[in-house]
Structures are given as structure tokens and as C-alpha cells.
Design a protein around this ligand. Structure first.
Ligand SMILES: NC(=O)c1ccc[n+]([C@@H]2O[C@H](COP(=O)([O-])OP(=O)(O)OC[C@H]3O[C@@H](n4cnc5c(N)ncnc54)[C@H](OP(=O)(O)O)[C@@H]3O)[C@@H](O)[C@H]2O)c1
Length: 283
């Protein structure tokens, strides 16, 4: 996560107001990330259909304008972030269109909703489609984004800076977003699955469950920080803890003999294939 410069307006050139459509988990996390990065609350607005949730948002996000529908919040927005469920995107954008500025940037995080569908919903506006993942909810997401036919480098830079408030961002062509979904979109679940298996293995080897959980959680967190912060590759880090004839070498041999590497390749490919299937145009 990166904080904006002291003068946040200068860090988001041309962006004064940002509207988020959908005050669910992702929409709320994004707004919280932007506030933490130094964007003033009075530059932010959120549309949320559910009245109870709106009250909760008013408490949670003090100073942010909360409205019941898109048309209440997009009027003065330079950027509109679409964070409703995929099935609601078309209706929500239809509701926004009459008051949406002709040059507003539309940034969608809705899984499986294509740039073509978004561009059809907001004709003439630049569109960016992003695929974030759940660690965005704790400020450590990994997101990829793709620009549409009217998107300039400046729009991509703005979208990158906005999502940067909740994690790491890369730019890819839209054709690669299914691979991104299979890798980093579903990736947290693979890591949680590995954590579950490691905890069971600790219990099998005599550790109390609480002790095994504490050790596994800290091990995965520590390994993650080494991966992102040490400047070394995964392969180098693995080699550094694998002494010849040692315990880690014995453990890794067991993983290789069960074809875990091949299983991971298949898992990411299966998830990417499923993403392609779900995103295919409906008849
Ligand atoms: N969670 C993730 O890790 C993740 C990862 C990648 C992409 N995404 C995408 O991010 C988007 C949001 O996901 P989420 O997990 O934040 O979902 P969520 O918690 O269900 O949030 C969606 C929110 O939008 C509200 N909403 C629906 N229609 C609306 C309307 N017409 N006007 C205003 N608000 C409306 C929903 O209200 P109601 O509940 O009342 O309908 C709900 O509060 C989805 O499109 C998802 O595909 C999520």
C-alpha cells in the first residue's frame, strides 16, 4: 500500500471526486484504503442499495457521502468505481448514465464483466477493468487491470494509483485477465488450503492444534514478506533453506514425489479455464 503525497489532489491528477458504486466488502475496503492513503473524505461518495448497510457505512466511513443509488453519487465524479456484484453491473450503470460526466473514468472490479460490456453500458467514457483479490480487504491485495478502447495511459495511471491504496497493481491486456483470475484471484484460496494441510500435518506429528496453527500462520506470513521484500526469487529462497541431505530436502522430495508442482500448474489452469467459461457471452 502506498500513501499519496501530502497534497493528495496532486497525486491523482485531474481527479477531484471519486464515487464508489456498491458499499459491500470490496467497495468499503477501497474507500478505507483511499482514506488511509490521504484522500479527503469529502472527495469520496458511495452508493449502497441496502438501508441498514448505508447506516453502517455512515458510521464506518465518517465524512464520506453515502447515497442509496448510483444517480445520487456520480454527478460530480471524475472516477466511478464499480464494486457491485457482477449481475448488478448493467442495471447500476444504466441508473448512473443520465448524470455521469461525459469524460468520467469508469473503473470496474466486477469479476467476469468484460470491457465490451462496460463500454456498451457507458458509451463514450473511458473504461478500466480490474481483477483484485481478497487480501485487498486487509490492504495487501494483488490486482491486475486492463484498459479499454478509449483508455489513455493517464487513465491507467489513475486506476493504478487508486487500487494501489489496497495493494499491488499490474497492467495487462484484457485477454490475460482469466489467467490473472486463476493465479492471484483464486491464489489466496490455494495458500489457505496449503495452510490447512500444514496445520493437519503438525497435529499428525504431535503438535497441539493451536501451536500448529500459530506456527503455520507465522510461517506463511514470514515467507510472504521474504518473497516480496528480500529481492531474491522464490527459487533462491527455497535453495537457501535446503541444505544438502537435510530435513527440508527430505520434505521437498516428498512434495515432488506427490507431483505437487504439477498439481499447482493444473489448479491455476483449471481456475483460468473456469473463468473463461463463466465470462463467455451468454446466449
Ligand atoms: N471479494 C473479492 O475478493 C473480489 C475479488 C475480485 C473481484 N470482486 C468483485 O468485486 C465486486 C464486489 O464484491 P464484494 O465482495 O464487495 O461484494 P458484496 O460485498 O456483495 O458487495 C456488493 C455491494 O453492492 C451493493 N449493491 C448492489 N446493487 C446495488 C445498487 N443498485 N446500488 C448500490 N449498491 C448496490 C450490494 O448491496 P446488496 O447486498 O443489498 O445487493 C452490496 O453491498 C463483485 O463484482 C466481485 O466480482 C470481488
Amino acid at each position: 500500500m502506498r500513501a499519496f503525497a501530502d497534497d493528495a489532489a496532486n497525486s491523482l491528477p485531474g481527479v477531484e471526486h471519486i464515487a464508489v458504486l456498491g458499499g459491500g466488502r470490496m467497495g468499503t475496503a477501497l474507500i478505507a484504503g483511499l482514506l488511509a492513503a490521504g484522500v479527503d473524505a469529502d472527495r469520496l461518495a458511495v452508493a449502497e442499495a441496502d438501508a441498514g448497510r448505508r447506516r453502517a457505512l455512515e458510521d464506518e466511513l465518517a465524512g464520506v457521502r453515502v447515497g442509496p443509488s448510483a444517480s445520487w453519487v456520480v454527478g460530480d465524479a471524475d472516477v466511478v468505481i464499480v464494486a457491485v456484484k457482477p449481475a448488478d453491473v448493467a442495471d447500476v450503470l444504466e441508473g448512473a448514465l443520465s448524470v455521469l460526466a461525459p469524460d468520467a473514468l469508469v473503473l470496474s472490479i466486477a469479476a467476469g464483466v468484460s470491457i465490451a460490456e462496460l463500454e456498451a453500458a457507458v458509451p463514450g467514457r473511458p473504461v478500466v477493468r480490474a481483477m483484485p483479490n481478497t487480501p485487498a480487504l486487509v490492504g495487501h491485495g494483488a490486482a491486475a487491470l486492463a484498459g479499454g478502447t478509449l483508455t489513455t495511459d493517464a487513465h491507467l495511471e489513475t486506476a493504478t494509483r487508486l487500487l494501489d491504496a489496497v495493494g499491488t497493481v499490474v497492467v495487462v491486456p484484457e485477454t490475460l485477465l482469466d489467467a490473472v483470475t486463476g493465479l492471484s484471484g483464486s491464489g489466496p484460496a490455494y495458500v489457505f488450503f496449503l495452510a490447512e494441510a500444514m496445520i493437519e500435518a503438525g497435529v499428525l506429528n504431535g503438535l497441539p492444534r493451536g501451536v500448529a496453527s500459530t506456527l503455520v500462520h507465522a510461517t506463511i506470513r514470514g515467507a510472504g514478506v521474504m518473497l516480496t521484500d528480500s529481492g531474491e526469487t522464490a527459487e533462491q529462497l527455497r535453495a537457501a533453506v535446503t541444505s544438502p541431505g537435510g530435513t527440508t530436502a527430505a520434505g521437498l522430495r516428498a512434495l515432488e514425489s506427490h507431483s505437487v508442482r504439477a498439481a499447482v500448474l493444473d489448479a491455476v489452469s483449471a481456475a483460468a479455464d473456469r473463468s473463461r467459461e463463466l465470462g463467455a457471452p451468454k446466449r
